[in-house]
Design a protein around this ligand. Structure first.
Ligand SMILES: *Cc1c(COP(=O)(O)O)cnc(C)c1O
Length: 453
C-alpha cells in the first residue's frame, strides 16, 4: 500500500471544510444520533482503501461538524487554528515522533527548547522556568499543582514520592470562589479534596485582604494558593502583586490558572492585567485557546525545574544533577505527539508583534460586542470588559435563556448560555484569529433579532 494513500483526499476535504466556514451556519446540522445513523454500525471483516475510508468519514461527519475554527464561533473559550499551526500539525502526524526522549527526537527537543524560551520571554515569566507541553489547561493545572503539592510537603519534611499522602501533614488549598472547575478536578486527581474558597469581588477577582486573612488563620499546614488570570465569565484578573506577596509571606506555593488570560502578558496594551504574575511559582495556560494552535496543547509552567521533574519524572527525586533532563520529565505522559512543532510555527509566523495584535484584536472585538449589546433594548452587559469575555443578560432569566436559544437556532454565530452570580447569562468569548469586524457585526445583528422576538 502507498504510504500517502488518503492524504490527497484528506487535503481536499480539509480545504473544502475551511472554505465552507465563511458561509455555513455555525451550529452543526445534525445531532449525535443522526450522525451515528450515517455510519456503518458493523465493523466489516475485510480491508478498505485508506482514501475511500477518508472519503466515507468526511461525508458522514460533515453535517455533524460545528464551525468552531470559523470567525463567528464565540462559545465557551475556544481558540481557532492559525494556518501556520494547522499546517505544522499535519507534519506532526506525518512525522509521528514520540517526543518523550531527547536522543530519540532531536528535532522535536530542539524546537521544544526554543518554543519554551520564546514563550517565557513573550509571557514575561522567569526564564529559568520549565514548560511542559501537555494536553490542555486541565492537565496543565494538574501538572503544576502536583509540583506545588510535593514542594510544600517536601518543605514540611514529607516526601510524597516515597511516602504517599496517607499520614502526611496534609495540604491546605486556597482558591478564589470563582476559580475554574478544573482546579477542583485537578485537586481530586491529586488526592487533595475540595479547596477552601476565598471571597471575590463583583468581577470574580480574589480579595487580597480576604486571602491574607485566610492565610493568617492557617495553623502551619503546608499551603497552596490558586490564583486566576482570566475569569471565564468576566475575563477579570486576580490582583497578583498583593495576593502573591501575602501567599509567599505565609510560605505558600502560588499557582496561576491562566488558561486563556496569561497571554495578556504578550501585549503591551494588556500587560498591566498580569502585573506581578511573574512572582508566582507555577502557571497553567493553553496554547489551543488564545495562541490558536490546534487541539490538544496546554502549557504547564513551573519556575523550580527540579520540583517539576520530581513530580513528573520517572523517579520522583528532587536531587537529580543532570540539568537538561528529558522532555518526559515535565509532563504526566511518557509517549506523546510533537506538540511543540505547531506552537513554534505560530510563534514564528506571528512574531512578537503578531501575537500582541492577536490578543489586542480579541479584546477590541470583545469591546465592540459589549458596545453593540448595550445598544440592544433590554440588554445589559454585566462585566467590566477588560479582556476577551463579555457577559450579558436580556431581562429576567427566562428571557435571557430564550435569547441564547434563539441565537443558536439562528445559526449566524455561536454564543454560550451560562450562569454567573446566580443569574442566566449569555457569554461571548473572542478567541479566533480569523474573526473580523464584519463577523462581530453579523453576530450583533443576530443578537438583535434574537432579542426582538
Ligand atoms: C479552558 C479553561 C481551563 C481548562 O482547559 P482545557 O484546555 O479545556 O483543559 C481551565 N481554566 C480556565 C480558566 C479555562 O478557561
Amino acid at each position: 500500500m502507498d504510504r500517502t494513500s488518503g492524504l490527497d483526499r484528506a487535503h481536499a476535504h480539509a480545504v473544502g471544510w475551511l472554505a465552507s466556514l465563511a458561509e455555513r451556519p455555525v451550529p452543526p446540522r445534525l445531532g449525535v444520533d443522526e450522525v451515528a445513523q450515517r455510519l456503518d454500525p458493523v465493523l466489516q471483516d475485510g480491508r478498505r482503501d485508506p482514501a475511500a475510508v477518508v472519503d466515507e468519514l468526511a461525508a458522514a461527519c460533515d453535517p455533524g461538524l460545528t464551525a468552531m475554527p470559523g470567525g463567528r464561533f464565540f462559545g465557551f473559550v475556544i481558540g481557532g487554528t492559525h494556518p501556520a499551526a494547522l499546517a505544522a500539525d499535519w507534519l506532526v502526524s506525518a512525522w509521528d515522533q514520540n517526543s518523550g526522549l531527547r536522543v530519540l527526537t532531536p528535532a522535536h527537543s530542539a524546537v521544544e527548547d526554543l518554543a519554551e524560551a520564546w514563550l517565557l520571554d513573550l509571557l514575561g515569566l522567569p526564564p529559568e522556568s520549565a514548560v511542559g507541553f501537555v494536553t490542555g489547561g486541565t492537565t496543565a493545572n494538574f501538572t503544576c499543582l502536583a509540583a506545588g503539592r510535593d514542594a510544600v510537603l517536601r518543605r514540611a519534611g514529607w516526601d510524597v514520592a516515597q511516602r504517599g499522602l496517607v499520614g502526611s501533614p496534609g495540604v491546605r488549598v486556597l482558591v478564589g470562589a470563582e476559580r475554574h472547575d478544573t482546579i477542583d478536578l485537578s485537586l481530586r486527581y491529586l488526592g487533595l479534596g475540595a479547596p477552601e474558597p476565598v471571597a471575590v469581588d463583583d468581577q470574580g477577582r480574589i480579595e487580597a485582604a480576604a486571602l491574607a486573612a485566610a492565610l493568617e488563620a492557617g495553623d502551619g499546614t503546608p499551603t497552596v494558593v490558586c490564583l486566576q488570570a482570566g475569569n471565564v465569565h468576566s475575563g477579570a484578573f486576580d490582583p497578583f502583586a498583593a495576593a502573591i506577596t501575602a501567599a509567599h509571606d505565609a510560605g505558600a506555593w502560588v499557582h496561576v490558572d491562566g488558561a486563556f488570560g496569561l497571554f495578556a502578558g504578550a501585549s503591551r496594551r494588556h500587560r498591566h492585567l498580569v502585573d506581578g504574575v511573574a512572582a508566582a511559582d507555577s502557571w497553567a495556560t493553553d496554547a489551543h485557546k488564545t495562541l490558536n494552535v490546534p487541539y490538544d496543547c496546554g502549557l504547564a509552567i513551573v519556575r523550580d525545574r527540579p520540583a517539576l521533574r520530581a513530580a513528573m519524572g520517572m523517579h520522583g527525586d528532587y536531587l537529580i544533577h543532570d540539568a537538561a533532563g528529558e522532555p518526559f520529565d515535565k509532563v504526566p505522559e511518557i509517549s506523546r505527539r510533537g506538540r511543540a512543532f505547531p506552537v513554534w510555527a505560530v510563534l514564528r509566523a506571528l512574531g512578537r508583534d503578531g501575537v500582541a495584535e492577536l490578543v489586542d484584536g480579541f479584546c477590541d472585538h470583545a469591546t465592540a460586542f459589549a458596545d453593540g449589546i448595550a445598544a440592544i433594548e433590554g440588554a445589559r452587559v454585566l462585566n467590566d470588559v477588560v479582556f476577551t469575555q463579555v457577559c450579558a443578560s436580556f431581562g429576567d432569566d427566562d428571557r435571557t435563556r430564550a435569547v441564547v436559544e434563539a441565537m443558536l437556532a439562528d445559526g449566524t454565530a455561536w454564543t454560550t448560555g451560562s450562569r454567573w452570580h446566580d443569574r442566566a447569562v449569555l457569554r461571548v468569548s473572542v478567541s479566533n484569529w480569523s474573526t473580523t469586524g464584519d463577523d462581530v457585526r453579523a453576530a450583533l445583528d443576530a443578537l438583535g433579532r434574537a432579542a426582538a422576538r
